[in-house]
Ligand binder design. Structure first.
Ligand code: SF4
Length: 82
């Protein structure tokens, strides 16, 4: 499972941090979340694998984001959430 984070779209509501505290952290200076361990694959687009055991948290984070800045894909590249 893979998570993709569009940091440009993020408006810093931090629901993702509440849902998946090991996956996202607050950057209060920028008013944005950071994807912990994320690799920047495009301008402000960050990607990382979801560790085993964190799948539900990652999905909840994606579901909770009010601007759909977080997308979760399965291993076949199919979009699961949102
Ligand atoms: S929930 Fe969405 S808008 Fe809020 S901090 Fe996380 S990614 Fe950004």
């Amino acid at each position: 499972m893979r998570v993709e984070f569009d940091r440009d779209t993020c408006i810093g509501m931090f629901q993702c941090v509440a849902e998946w505290g090991e996956g996202f952290e607050k950057d209060t200076d920028d008013g944005k979340a950071d994807l912990v361990g994320g690799e920047e694959v495009d301008d402000d687009i960050f990607v990382r694998e979801v560790p085993e055991g964190a799948e539900l948290d990652a999905k909840f984070a994606a579901r909770s984001c009010p601007v759909d800045a977080i997308v979760v894909y399965d291993d076949d590249g199919e979009q699961l959430v949102p």
